[in-house]
Design a protein around this ligand. Structure first.
Ligand code: SF4
Length: 436
């Protein structure tokens, strides 16, 4: 029996694609190999979010080809969609399948069975017309077999000037409602918590042709009513898609984790405008404070970018000031780097690298302080948490706790937060809290 190995790069959406590709290959009668050296077919599922991601993919292809020169290598994913010729020239690459064609990986296997072969060929189409949806659940990225991610939405219609995603993943499209229910039902039998993800999750069900516009909060209500899932977590939603209905549903149901992740990117309206983000600081503030009123103990997280073209010191100070007065409990801070093919890459006013990095450090320091204060609030309190495989547990409001006694993974338990461990005090970003 022929064997395959899938090497995934990139975000959760990309991991979900990789898992779906594995399913397609199994349907074709292939078995999975433990590593690339033991495989007849190697799939490299790439990411192209930064130039560094491209380089990682190229290096991996070279390494995999060296390790196993007789394996056929298929490269797919976002880099394959953006620059297929570049990858097709790489030694060992048999076929490049863009995101438009990755669901056709089975056809390549059929062609080989019929003794045809590929030598650096390319199958890439117009991603702007992409309507198909590929997804399979993926377990936690850390290797912990808990908290599977279910991608229920792909693509994005927004025009953010720093982002390559719309040009490589195509327009917003959604997993059909009944399929979401079926998948959650199946996952709920094995896991205590299911994480719903997407590239732009808040747009789930909004595309034309979906059978009338649907809203995420209606879907969540159906999941709660029709499946036994113990806990649902919503991964990240753009500010203007965090509706009152969603917050109200979260406040009313103990089965939705009190965790709101809302990308901010900048606390300066001028920068948001250059980024072509579809909200201004006052809109963001309105959404976040509304959430904080309804969910006072929730985790509130955001992605923030430093050093976007033209970002002045004063504009960065606006971000710092905004972050400081908002009830954030953690931040993901990214240093802007030019992504060829995006409008921002050719904008004037490049911020020197040292200044970008210093702004990142400053923001991370502030985020760490806020995170520590949040963890301190819960010392002596009892919180509901899902047990992981590593002896830790994750509370609904996104605190990682070290369990005093081992408990089986994939159970929801009440944990009494004992004290911040020394590591928890020293590394404010790492979150460990001792629990009894
Ligand atoms: S919302 Fe903006 S940043 Fe997010 S995927 Fe869409 S274009 Fe990219």
């Amino acid at each position: 029996m022929r064997r395959f190995f899938v090497q995934n790069f990139g975000c959760r959406a990309s991991q979900a694609d990789g898992a779906a590709i594995e399913g397609l290959l199994r349907e074709k009668g292939l078995a999975s190999a433990p590593d690339a050296a033991a495989a007849d077919l190697v799939i490299v599922n790439t990411c192209t979010v930064t130039s560094a991601a491209d380089e990682d993919a190229r290096k991996a292809i070279h390494r995999l080809h060296r390790q196993n020169p007789s394996a056929r290598i298929i490269v797919t994913g976002c880099y394959a969609q953006r620059s297929p010729e570049e990858l097709a020239r790489t030694p060992g690459v048999a076929l490049v399948l863009g995101n438009t064609h990755k669901d056709q990986v089975g056809r390549a296997v059929d062609a080989w069975s019929g003794c045809e072969d590929y030598h650096g060929e390319i199958l890439v189409g117009d991603i702007g017309r992409q309507a198909s949806f590929l997804s399979a659940p993926v377990e936690d990225a850390s290797g912990d077999r808990t908290r599977p991610n279910l991608k229920i939405q792909d693509g994005c219609n927004n025009p953010c000037t720093f982002c390559i995603i719309p040009s490589v993943r195509g327009p917003s499209r959604s997993m059909p409602e009944e399929e979401v229910l079926r998948q959650v039902q199946a996952l709920a039998g094995r896991y205590a918590e299911v994480v719903l993800t997407g590239i732009n999750l808040g747009r789930w069900g909004r595309e034309p042709g979906f059978g009338g516009p649907r809203r995420l909060h209606n879907l969540l209500r159906r999941i709660l009513d029709e499946t036994p899932v113990q806990r649902l977590r919503i991964s990240s939603i753009e500010p203007m898609d965090w509706t009152d209905e969603l917050f109200e549903l979260m406040a009313a149901s103990s089965r939705i984790a009190p965790h709101v992740h809302m990308p901010l990117q900048s606390g300066s309206d001028a920068v948001l405008k250059r980024m072509k983000r579809r909200y201004r600081v006052r809109h963001y503030e309105d959404r976040l404070l509304r959430a904080a009123r309804l969910l006072p103990e929730a985790a509130f997280g955001a992605d923030v970018m430093t050093g976007f073209p033209g970002e002045t010191g004063a504009e960065f100070q606006q971000t710092l000031e905004f972050v400081s007065r908002m009830p954030f409990t953690y931040l993901h801070v990214f240093t802007y780097s030019e992504r060829p093919g995006t409008p921002a890459a050719s904008m004037p006013g490049r911020v020197p690298w040292e200044a970008r990095k210093e702004r990142t450090r400053e923001l991370r320091r502030l985020a760490a302080e806020k995170n520590l204060a949040f963890r301190r609030r819960f010392v002596g309190r009892t919180l509901s948490a899902v047990c992981l495989e590593n002896g830790k547990a994750l509370t609904g409001n996104y605190l990682t706790v070290e369990l005093a006694q081992p408990r089986p993974a994939n159970q929801i338990v009440d944990v009494c937060i004992g004290a911040l461990s020394p590591a928890g005090l020293a590394e404010a970003g790492a979150l460990p809290v001792l629990a009894g």
